[in-house]
Design a protein around this ligand. Structure first.
Ligand code: FE
Ligand code: FE
Ligand code: ZN
Length: 302
C-alpha cells in the first residue's frame, strides 16, 4: 500500500482573526495534509467577513506543504435544517451564504447534515430538503454539497441509503451534490462496517461510488444500530482500530479525504473537561497502522 496517497486530516478551528491561515497552521501541527472546519460557530449565525489576504497567505502555506485545496472540507453549521418546513427560509438563506463563503475561500466541498423531520412526515421533510438544495445549489459556483450519512438519532434524515438516494435523485445539478460517509454514523444506523466492501458494492449499485467525496473517520462509543451518535477515539470504541484502518486504506477510496472528528481527551478519567486534541497522535497511529493502547495516556502526559 502506498502511504503517500493517504489524504488525512481532522476537524480544526477557524477563528475570525486568522481564518483559513489559522486552520492550515493547526492542521500542519497535527501532521495532516487536509482538514475540515466550520466557517464560524456551528451553533450560531455570527460570521466574520472573509479576508482574501489571509486566504492568500493560507494558500502559500498550503503550497509549501503540498496540501491540496481540493481536498479541504467545510462543515455547514448544524443550526440549519432544510427538513424543517417552519424554518425553511432561514436555513436556505444561511446555507446559500455558506456556499458563497466556501466559494470565496476556494473550497469545493461543504458537508451538510441533510436535516431532521421534527414534527413533519419524513416524506414532507425530504421534499423540503430537495427543494432547499435546488434553491441553494448554484451551477455557476464550484461548490458541491455533500450529504452526511447520519446515525438516525431522533428524527434525522439520511441514516439509510434510500433517503440519501431520494434526495440526490431530486437534485437538479447532479455534479453539485455528493455524500460524506461517517463511520460512527454508519455503524449507529445499523451498517456492519466490518464488511465495508459489501456496503460499498451496494452503495455503488444504488447511488454510485463517485458520489462519495469525503469520509468522517470516528470510532463509536456504542454498538451497531444504537442511533446514539457518540464518537470515540480511534481504536477505543466499538468499531476498533483494524476495521477503521481497512476503510482508511481501502483502494476504492484512496483519493477521498479522511477527516477525524474524534473527541478531545480529558486530563484524567474522572474529568469531563475535554482539552487535548488527539489528532496528531491518531494521525500518527493511522500512518503506522499499529494500534497504540497507551495513546490516551500519551496525549495526557504531553
Ligand atoms: Fe457532521
Ligand atoms: Fe461526521
Ligand atoms: Zn456525529
Amino acid at each position: 500500500m502506498n502511504n503517500s496517497k493517504l489524504i488525512i486530516g481532522s476537524h480544526v478551528g477557524f477563528t475570525s482573526n486568522k481564518q483559513l491561515l489559522g486552520s492550515v497552521e493547526e492542521a500542519l501541527s497535527y501532521g495532516a495534509n487536509t482538514f475540515m472546519f466550520y466557517t464560524g460557530a456551528p451553533q450560531n449565525t455570527k460570521r466574520s467577513p472573509i479576508s482574501d489576504e489571509l486566504t492568500y497567505k493560507a494558500y502559500q502555506l498550503m503550497k509549501e506543504h503540498n496540501m491540496d485545496l481540493e481536498k479541504v472540507i467545510i462543515h455547514a453549521p448544524y443550526i440549519v435544517n432544510l427538513g424543517n418546513l417552519e424554518n425553511f427560509d432561514f436555513s436556505v438563506s444561511f446555507l446559500k451564504e455558506e456556499v458563497r463563503r466556501a466559494s470565496q475561500l476556494g473550497i469545493k466541498y461543504v458537508v451538510l447534515h441533510p436535516g431532521a423531520s421534527v414534527s413533519y412526515t419524513k416524506a414532507d421533510s425530504i421534499k423540503s430538503i430537495i427543494d432547499g438544495l435546488n434553491i441553494i445549489l448554484d451551477n455557476n459556483l464550484d461548490v458541491t454539497i455533500c450529504l452526511e450519512s447520519m446515525a438516525g438519532k431522533g428524527t434525522e434524515i439520511g441514516s439509510n441509503m434510500e433517503e440519501l438516494k431520494t434526495i440526490i435523485n431530486g437534485v437538479k445539478f447532479k455534479n453539485k451534490i455528493g455524500v460524506c460517509l461517517d463511520t460512527c454514523h454508519l455503524s449507529d444506523s445499523g451498517v456492519d462496517i466490518t464488511k465495508f466492501d459489501e456496503y460499498l458494492d451496494l452503495f455503488d449499485k444504488e447511488i454510485g461510488i463517485n458520489y462519495i467525496k469525503c469520509f468522517h473517520i470516528n470510532d463509536s462509543k456504542n454498538i451497531m444500530g444504537s442511533h446514539k451518535d457518540r464518537h470515540e477515539n480511534l481504536g477505543f470504541g466499538d468499531l476498533g482500530f483494524d476495521t477503521l484502518i481497512n476503510i482508511i486504506y481501502n483502494e476504492r477510496l484512496k483519493d477521498i479525504p479522511k477527516i477525524l472528528e474524534t473527541p478531545y481527551v480529558t486530563p484524567d478519567d474522572n474529568s469531563k473537561e475535554k482539552i487535548y486534541p488527539p489528532y496528531k497522535y491518531e494521525i500518527d497511529m493511522i500512518r503506522n497502522k499499529v494500534f497504540d493502547s497507551e495513546l490516551i495516556n500519551k496525549i495526557r502526559n504531553n
